[in-house]
Design a protein. Structure first.
Length: 134
């Protein structure tokens, strides 16, 4: 199966926006492909305001979040691979969702789904899990 991260991000973003709050992303600024102004990264992390009123051209795609934003009065392009997004939350209340790291087995299986070698190997079975978020 494909990652559920882009779907969760879009859903939580819509929920926060529908409630008149400001959606923020907590991003791991050390991962490859993260394009943000370097001065915004503190202790390896960056918090980005992704409210529609704060950014231009917000695109929450299946592989990355992209938009234009102003930093110190200068418009800059921002790109954050979904693997770098650690959380999405409402700035006003802190309500939102921490995102677990993508499962490497899921990512590998999605990439290999078009493999036609006809191997008899089945993917490893894992126990289901849930995490309670307060």
């Amino acid at each position: 199966m494909t990652s559920n991260r882009p779907y969760l991000l879009r859903a939580i973003h819509a929920w926060i926006d529908d409630n008149g709050m400001t959606p923020y992303l907590l991003v791991d600024g050390t991962l490859p492909g993260v394009r943000v102004p370097p001065q915004t990264i503190k202790e390896g992390r960056v918090v980005l305001n992704v409210a529609y009123r704060a950014v231009n051209g917000l695109d929450m795609g299946n592989d990355a979040v992209r938009f234009l934003a102003r930093f110190s009065g200068v418009s800059q392009s921002v790109e954050v691979p979904l693997a770098a997004v650690m959380a999405i939350y409402a700035q006003e209340t802190g309500q939102g969702m921490m995102l677990p790291p993508d499962d490497p087995d899921t990512t590998r299986l999605a990439a290999d789904e078009h493999d036609t070698s006809g191997g008899d190997d089945e993917p490893p079975k894992r126990a289901p899990w849930l995490r309670v978020v307060k």
